[in-house]
Design a binder for this molecule. Structure first.
Ligand code: FAD
Length: 365
């Protein structure tokens, strides 16, 4: 989110200083692991759809301007019982916004995508306008374009403190003190520390991504859609086609099944019982994913109480714009969040509908 904000501000002619405590596009936060689902039939809430439509325009623009494949459309399949959040919510959003989609029976899913073996009582919504973004390349592309537009980007520089006095802000790092007219804070899993005075509880959660070796060979998974699948208990998993060639495995993960942590206490090791549980769950839908786990990695969600984002001018500091609490589903919005943050920082308002993201809804009194 910070790299996109830096780019959109610099592209609008602003003098930008970007501060990052680690290296560019690192793997210590929430934006690594090679892929993130992008989709439009948004079961979380149809209110996200207009933002997604704009995000897709900006994804295309980012791919063009950077010359890199920052995203790819593969189609998306959302499977489960007809009344599940995944299926019913996706249908609701696609109908409300007239998004092209198809409803498939379990038999039709199996016939069209032979790797999938859904329970006979499951149905699926298929949409062509879904696929995946490459998180590290997306961050790198925004940083490169920001630098080209004149932004100064500093790495290995941790923000220790910030404050607003009058109309200007001061930021203190291990290297010095800076003052500016505006401050944009996108701290990911470090929000509880950097945005404590927002009064919003953000729960940091450890998540695991798994790359399994299909027993039928990787090539058979190269043309699959991305998917989200919900079972009868309401638990969701998701996954991708084979996008890293032979030996790269097929990535899958639980959606929203994590344990509380902090960026300092997160257990970065992935344990055998976790791999066994993932394999057992995903093979209910994709039986060929019964092979070895080639690789696994941890990552952090930053969850708000209602799982909606926080994007706003800081209620107590008019020169400060904040973006946090992306609750495990923020990446597909990165380019449009950059645009929103640039507009908010420069003018105090945005043309985009962001009422859902007001921090005041979550403030504990
Ligand atoms: C396993 C996993 C799977 C996901 N899957 C999807 C998906 O399929 N689709 C989707 O849309 N979303 C998905 N998400 C969510 C999405 O990836 C996140 O919402 C998004 O990456 C959050 O970006 P961010 O900029 O808030 O955090 P980050 O990318 O972590 O950025 C925060 C940055 O702030 C820096 N920072 C923090 N504190 C300081 C400081 N004091 N000084 C200087 N720098 C600091 C950090 O080093 C970091 O670089 C997933 C997340 C995870 C963990």
């Amino acid at each position: 989110m910070g790299s996109a904000a830096a780019y959109h501000l610099a592209a609008r002619g602003q003098r930008v200083l970007g501060l990052e405590k680690f290296t560019p596009a690192h793997d210590r936060g929430s934006s690594h692991g090679g892929s993130r689902i992008i989709r439009q039939s948004y079961f979380e809430d149809p209110a996200y759809v207009p933002l997604l439509l704009r995000a897709y325009e900006l994804w295309e623009q980012l791919a063009r301007d950077s010359g890199d494949e920052v995203y790819r459309l593969t189609g998306g399949l959302y499977v489960g019982p007809e009344d599940s959040l995944t299926v019913a919510g996706s249908i609701r959003a696609s109908r409300e916004w007239s998004l092209p989609h198809e409803i498939l029976t379990a038999g039709e899913i199996k016939a069209r995508f032979p790797n999938f073996a859904p329970s006979p009582h499951f149905v699926g919504l298929f949409e062509e306008q879904a696929g995946f973004a490459r998180p590290e390349r997306t961050v790198a592309a925004h940083l490169e374009l920001a630098a080209k537009a004149g932004a100064t980007l500093r790495y290995g520089e941790q923000v220790e403190d910030w404050s607003q006095t009058g109309d200007s802000v001061t930021v203190t790092t291990g290297h010095g003190t800076y003052s500016a007219g505006r401050l944009v804070i996108c701290p990911g899993a470090w929000a509880p520390r950097l945005l404590a005075d927002l009064g919003v509880e953000i729960a940091i959660e450890r998540q695991v991504m798994y790359w399994l070796d299909p027993v039928v060979g990787t090539e058979k998974f190269e043309r699959d859609p991305i998917y989200i699948a919900e079972n009868d208990s309401g638990a969701q998993i998701y996954g991708f086609p084979a996008i890293d060639g032979s030996g790269g495995g097929v990535k899958t993960a639980f959606f929203r099944k994590g344990i509380r942590c902090t960026p300092d206490t997160i257990d970065r090791e992935v344990h055998l019982d976790e791999i066994t549980e993932m394999r057992s769950r995903v093979t209910e839908l994709l039986p060929a994913l019964a092979g070895r786990c080639l690789h696994a990695a941890t990552c952090m969600y930053s969850n708000t109480a209602d799982q909606h984002f926080v994007i706003a001018t800081h209620p107590a500091h008019s020169a400060v714009t904040v973006a946090c609490g992306f609750s495990g589903h923020g990446f597909k919005f990165v380019p449009v969040v950059g645009e929103i943050l640039a507009e908010l920082a420069m003018t105090g308002s945005t043309r985009h509908p962001i009422d859902l993201f007001a921090p005041q809804r979550l403030v504990s009194l």
